[in-house]
Design a binder for this molecule. Sequence first.
Ligand code: ARG
Ligand code: ZN
Length: 466
Amino acid sequence: RRRAVAATVPVTVAALLAAASPAVSAPAAAPPAAHGAAGAGDPYFPLAGNGGYHVEHYGLTLRYDPASRHLDGTAVLTARATQRLGRFDLDLKGLKITGVTVDRARAAHTRAGQELVVTPRRPLRAGQRFTVTVTYRGTPRPVTDPDGSDDGWIPTDDGAFVAGEPQGAMTWFPANNHPLDKSAYDITVTVPEGRTAVSNGVLVDQRTARGLSTFHWRQREPMAAYLATATVGTFAVERYTTRDGIRVYNAVDPREAAAAAPVLKKLPSVLAWESTLFGPYPFRAAGAIVDHAPDVGYALETQSRPLYDAAPDLATLVHESAHQWFGDSVSLTSWKDIWLNEGFATYAEWLYSEQHGGDTAQQTFDALYAKPAGDRLWAYPPADPGSGARIFGTPVYDRGAMALHALRTAVGDRVFLRVLRAWATEHRQGHGTTAQFVRLAERESGRELAPLLHTWLSAQGKPERA
Ligand code: ARG
Ligand code: ZN
């Protein structure tokens, strides 16, 4: 979120990857022998992700020196081939590679743009599990997205703000960089003593020796690469376990501490409130990283531990927390469905306000609906907004939330809340598409809703009031 400003069928990653690949395995001629596709088939980010394998686990071991901005990394990816692979791609932008092995045998590699092409000594069989190890070093640089914002490894005055949506994971580790592929992670980061490296999941080990501190984080529930972080700074740390047994780890830049404290105090009650609406919180860990990164301009729902560029207000905390269900646990299969993340997280803000003495969702809806037809709110529809430059635009957030409100108005509160909860529950730790959401809403309500949702999600221009 910007600062100041038959749905039940489980879809396997392999099936999604297989379905996605043809769109980008370019030449219509005979497919090249056993080459994994250079992209996962995303129309907005054609080179994001790769075809031919699924990463089960990333083991990242990093060392970062904030003074020189130098990063040393070793990435060990445990993967499974979904086809025969004579070669396959990873996504990595910048940095210098010092070695690549596949199953511990040296593998040839070449680089072209963000594609790191790996040729194992022997082709991998379909279904084969394999390990890729990449050692690399250099000065990571953020990537500039089509909308002009930066993401990835963003240096700060005391460390780095590390946020990867939509593209930036590849600025700091070799990845299958598309939310279609979700994986478990172990992320170990060594920084100068006095700095803290904060990542996703549970802190399983922390040690300091010879002026260096090492933090080992473990994210067990599947995570899309863009939701990984390894944010480094001078942080005050607070740890506790909630009544529900969720392990909270908050890291706060002292410059933001006074403003952050009253909001962070509400994190357990926000998560508990969201759990009553959306179903059990999807992860074993939670928390917040409140950095001081004045040039960034947004917060990100990094999995289990959202990342803020400054002390958040309560609405932003509610928004990033709601993403843990909508976006993190239930992932996109394509960036064009981004409203499934942002529309839902925005609607959570409206509901929170309504149930905590603020404006009702209806009032928020009405204030937005009053905007004239020429307003940027109506510039393009939220579902498939048209390009990667538009995925974080107002229509995706506000009109996406308005679409949910229109659904609520049509089916009533009881059914509407059942739809939200069923969506989070049935697609938990998985994926969902807009079409699946429409079908789920129709199933839960017993009503035909496709026309209404089409009007709000996909039609050009300001919708007529339903
Ligand atoms: N998903 C984030 C949020 O709304 C926004 C991320 C924006 N990223 C960017 N590169 N502009 O919570
Ligand atoms: Zn958001």
